[in-house]
Design a protein around this ligand. Structure first.
Ligand SMILES: C[C@@]1(CC(=O)O)C2=NC(=C\c3[nH]c(c(CCC(=O)O)c3CC(=O)O)Cc3[nH]c(c(CC(=O)O)c3CCC(=O)O)/C=C3\N/C(=C\2)[C@@H](CCC(=O)O)[C@]3(C)CC(=O)O)/[C@H]1CCC(=O)O
Ligand SMILES: NC(=O)c1ccc[n+]([C@@H]2O[C@H](COP(=O)([O-])OP(=O)(O)OC[C@H]3O[C@@H](n4cnc5c(N)ncnc54)[C@H](O)[C@@H]3O)[C@@H](O)[C@H]2O)c1
Length: 174
């Protein structure tokens, strides 16, 4: 799902909320955080913060919702409002009750490689992602950009660009 420019509401202001907010910002979303206590790292982010508990109606206009409080009741209430309004929801304390789970993501500019264990072990997903870091050269970011430009111009990627792709791919196989 492309969340760029879309309102995404994170309910909760702890470590999990901070992680979700950061991931959303990296995807270009407009992030709203609602929580009486908010971690300093969230306050430093480019997000809209409401220093209060969740209240019904908070998901109005949201494209995605995150129930990320340490209160079962609050997370259940957020999940209910999301369901009633057709807003996909991610539920931190009961992932299976949510509509989607987040993978561990490696980014090189527009290139994204997502690693998921389907909820079995987020720590393992993170380790696999970390293991892939060294294999993905920073050059991938430029390659994606130039490939995109060629595509928009309706021309084939030139030989030099093709050579770079082959080189970067061979590093993946090494
Ligand atoms: C990938 C990443 C993305 C993100 O969240 O942004 C992610 N968790 C990350 C980190 C992380 N998670 C946890 C720790 C503490 C260490 C530990 O306890 O292991 C750490 C810290 C760390 O490891 O760095 C604990 C944890 N996580 C979940 C539960 C609940 C449960 O399992 O029931 C508990 C136990 C709760 C408890 O009781 O304390 C659940 C989920 N976590 C998922 C994703 C989804 C499944 C993804 C998959 O399996 O592939 C799912 C289902 C959530 C969802 O719905 O999205 C992000 C990596 C960031 C990166 O990439 O750097
Ligand atoms: N999905 C995951 O990756 C993952 C990882 C670790 C923990 N968890 C689960 O997520 C929950 C949150 O974890 P955490 O480490 O961020 O907790 P935390 O204790 O650091 O933060 C909880 C936050 O919820 C806020 N909050 C409490 N009641 C609220 C309400 N009614 N409305 C709005 N905000 C409210 C608090 O102000 C606080 O900011 C845990 O209970 C745990 O079950 C999930």
């Amino acid at each position: 799902m492309d969340v760029s420019g879309r309102r995404c509401v994170v309910v909760g202001g702890g470590g999990v909320a901070a992680r979700k907010a950061r991931g959303l910002l990296e995807s270009g979303a407009r992030v709203v955080v609602i929580s009486p206590d908010v971690r300093p790292e969230i306050l430093e982010m480019d997000v809209e913060v409401h220093h209060r508990p969740y209240a019904p109606g908070d998901l109005a206009g949201a494209s995605l919702a995150f129930a990320a409080t340490d209160s079962r009741e609050a997370n259940a209430a957020v999940t209910r409002e999301a369901r009633e309004n057709g807003v996909p929801v991610n539920v931190a304390d009961r992932p299976a009750e949510g509509d989607f789970a987040l993978p561990s993501v490696l980014r090189r500019g527009g290139l994204q490689v997502a690693v998921s264990t389907g909820g079995a072990s987020p720590t393992l997903a993170r380790r696999v992602r970390d293991g892939l870091e060294a294999s993905f050269a920073p050059e991938w970011a430029g390659i994606v950009e130039r490939y995109g430009a060629a595509r928009r111009a309706g021309v084939a990627p030139d030989a030099e660009l093709e050579g770079e792709v082959v080189g970067c791919l061979s590093r993946l196989r090494a």
